[in-house]
Design a protein around this ligand. Sequence first.
Ligand SMILES: NC(=O)c1ccc[n+]([C@@H]2O[C@H](COP(=O)([O-])OP(=O)(O)OC[C@H]3O[C@@H](n4cnc5c(N)ncnc54)[C@H](O)[C@@H]3O)[C@@H](O)[C@H]2O)c1
Length: 437
Amino acid sequence: MSDRYLRFVESGFGRWFSRKAGLPQPVSLLRAAAGEPKLPTLVGGAPDSPLRATLDRLLAGMHLPDAPYAPKIHALIYDASGLTSIEALSDLYQFFHTHVRRVAGNGRIIVVGTPPEQASDASARIAQRALEGFVRSVGKELKRGITAQLLYLDPADPAAVDSTLRFFLSYRSAYVSGQVVRIGPPPAPAPADLDYSQPLKGRRALVTGASRGIGKSIAQVLARQGADIVALDVPAAEQGLREIAHRTHGQYVALDITAADAGAQLLGHGPFDIVVHNAGITRDRTLAKMSETEWSSVMAVNLLAPQRLTDALLAGNGLKPQAAVVCVSSISGIAGNLGQSNYAASKAGVIGLVQSLAPRLVAIGGSINAVAPGFIETEMTAKIPLGIREAGRRLNSMSQGGLPVDVAETIAWLADPSSRGVNGQIVRVCGQSLLGA
Ligand SMILES: NC(=O)c1ccc[n+]([C@@H]2O[C@H](COP(=O)([O-])OP(=O)(O)OC[C@H]3O[C@@H](n4cnc5c(N)ncnc54)[C@H](O)[C@@H]3O)[C@@H](O)[C@H]2O)c1
């Protein structure tokens, strides 16, 4: 659905009027289609830290221009891994205070820290924890499509930051901001011959709810990155399924994921390298008016089915070694939402599912994570009454709704075989929504 206000603000009069009236000022976000950023990246922090050498090597491999004196830059990266005291945080302040005005629209702020629980002493833990508040505030402050993230990197394997750094520097992460991502040593090394333009090449990916909306976009983005798609949806959506299978040169399965034999049926289509539990439904009603069917149907599709299917795939060798499972939660599951006690419970349960299954996925060298979308422009959100829809769209740091492709790109990053150090986590794709922040 098109965002008319965004187009208005981008006109000369609209920009002038929205400024005068103190209204939100969204800008068109650059996405993967814009290619790779052309402006330089500036790295700050202790020049001799063990992480710094890794960052410099990774950035050199990305062939980004290196121009410390360029008037405009794409990204500021600060290596905070060595900050061990509250006083030392002033160096973080100095770096960003000096350079932040140089960050171009659609630019990136990335702070890399040490997980507080792994810091050397109490002072270091405090300093590392302080980074969260800093990054989240910067994300809210900068606007112009600039995102800000904090990456807590296990010092045991700094190179594990690679795919995550690439994702957050790129325009693929357009609608992800204010996130804290933890990266540990991966359970198995990433393939040495990985093609960065098609990191999912030859990998078999199951996507549920793939006939339309976000699921359709997930199938397309995973296919663009080389995956062999198995698109799944209910039998009633067979027409859409056939189309997406055709477009992605993949296969489709018409199956209700709540069917008693769904797990057994899926084993016949595996084994999979990637499983995306995207299918979901809403049956909104305030609690006193909510029927038992409205409660149980939402639980069955959104929570019980992902749990049963993942269990069946794990038990029946339906997941290949180093497989990635990605679930789709929601910011409703984090913040709660009026009239959505069933939906929010199911999506919060998805977070519990991810956290509880993470050790089992590690045992096969894999990972399980969830994305939590905020307001995404889909058929579902187009039906929301105008006033509530406008509030949902604007109450975030980007002052606009996300697109299905934003969720899909985030899932593709988590599915990338070199992202296995990211496990058991929830990444919001919400433009830093104020809800549940
Ligand atoms: N649109 C948003 O703003 C938003 C925000 C947060 C989370 N989400 C989540 O993202 C996911 C996709 O949402 P969407 O907006 O694309 O919704 P959608 O309704 O357009 O698509 C959901 C798909 O799931 C399929 N599905 C439903 N029940 C199924 C079942 N029993 N078996 C197999 N397939 C089934 C549907 O047929 C449909 O194709 C959902 O999990 C949703 O909860 C969406």
